[in-house]
Design a protein around this ligand. Structure first.
Ligand code: ADP
Ligand code: MG
Length: 215
């Protein structure tokens, strides 16, 4: 097959991606937010979209089930990036990976005293690396969402999560105490597909790249 498959997730990433796809001449024939279809045709016979969970995008591209995809840096770090070419920062879905604690928790003293903190997060790899680099011993607790709840009910002392406006933290009496990294969405391409389907992928890559500069 000479056509290409692009893996996308619904929500934040799709909202920010639709204008980029359009600039690359690709328009979905169904709205993924309302359609129940997981494979969406586009205006181009040689391009289709598949809709997967944000954290699954790198896996589909790694195994070549999708030729390319759009995934957050947060998700790419947890995945590890094996088999993926990451040529372009799309500068969309921008946010920051932060450590946050309850408003009245004195994080600085806890760190100074070498306290062994319990940290709840979806991002085990990122959190492990961050605290190891600081020489801190932490007990990591894996969660799949709503991390903000954990310090409020005594599950954890701190969380590692994505923050954009900070509204969710404030609404839950939490404060950000450390920035781990800034996060945005990246274009990822299957390394074998890039070679085999270069004639289709290369022009799309160039169109994305031009569209990103316009934003
Ligand atoms: P899911 O619920 O499947 O984790 P989200 O829509 O919450 O999906 O997140 C998808 C991606 O959007 C994340 O991997 C991240 O790169 C980005 N993202 C998450 N939270 C924010 C945020 N607050 N602001 C901007 N981008 C975000
Ligand atoms: Mg989410």
């Amino acid at each position: 097959m000479t056509g290409i498959t692009i893996a996308l997730s619904k929500g934040r990433i799709f909202d920010d991606t639709a204008p980029l796809l359009k600039a690359a001449g690709v328009i979905a024939l169904d709205n993924p937010e309302t359609s129940r279809k997981l494979i969406l045709a586009t205006n181009r016979a040689d391009v289709r979209l598949i809709i997967v969970r944000a954290a699954d995008v790198p896996t589909y591209v790694q195994y070549g089930a999708a030729d390319m995809g759009i995934a957050g840096k947060d998700v790419l770090i947890e995945h590890g990036g094996t088999g993926l070419y990451q040529p372009l920062n799309l500068n969309i879905a921008c946010c920051r990976m932060m450590v946050a604690v309850h408003d009245d928790f004195d994080y600085e003293s806890a760190v100074r005293q070498g306290a062994r903190l319990r940290v709840a997060t979806k991002y085990l790899h990122t959190a492990r690396e961050h605290f190891a680099a600081k020489g801190m011993h932490v007990d990591l607790i894996k969660l799949y969402g709503s991390m903000e709840l954990a310090p409020l009910v005594g599950l954890a002392d701190a969380i590692v999560d994505l923050v954009s406006s900070g509204d969710t933290l404030r609404a839950n009496h939490l404060k950000a105490v450390e920035e781990i990294m800034s996060v945005s969405a990246r274009l990822v391409i299957n390394q074998a597909a890039l070679k085999l389907k270069r004639h289709t992928i290369q022009p799309m890559l160039e169109a994305f790249s031009a569209a990103v500069k316009q934003l």
